[in-house]
Design a protein around this ligand. Sequence first.
Ligand code: 5GP
Length: 201
Amino acid sequence: MSSPAPPPCPQPAPGGARPALTVIAGPTAVGKGTIVAELRRRHPDLFVSVSATTRAPRPGEVDGVHYRFVTDAEFDQLVEHGQMLEWALVHGRYRYGTPRGPVDAELAAGRPAVLEIDLDGARQVRRSMPGCRLVFIAPPSWEELVARLKGRGTEDAAEQERRLATARTEMAAEGEFDVTIVNDTVARTTDELETLLGLAG
Ligand code: 5GP
């Protein structure tokens, strides 16, 4: 009697396996939000996590679309009940976090998920989900980043200084990321991200 055939080796997915969870981070004012908004416009079905935050909505921001705007007490509850995949105090002022449930549901269904979060959050996700892919969005130059932050005009001078200090630290962390994409134009940067996510064409 011949022995049973060994089980087949798992085959890599055609084109190589893609990590299901992609984390997009980069310095403040680099334009991550704009890139992710363009990605969503091109791929309305792609799951992009909606973060919870304790900061107030800016004009035009919609609760549940741009962020889930919550009180400090509500944020405390989410953390205490283990409902945050990661969270961080950003720019030393407000808390931001990724609700765990929707991300887990997407990954369990075999669909890709995208997070746009700060450096601290990206590090936490890497620790809890080592198979994720970290993408660093970089400015074409430091001078360009400063110009973008000042040109945005949504923060006062003191807040701009705080954000520049954070940006300096964030720029130094590029080496921790798997991939860097330079944000020169929205269209080209989104093309590159699309290719990376396997959504191009
Ligand atoms: P803004 O207040 O300008 O919308 O965002 C400020 C910063 O918070 C950005 O750098 C953004 O990446 C970060 N951020 C947004 N959502 C999250 C989140 O869920 N977790 C973490 N750690 N950072 C976030």
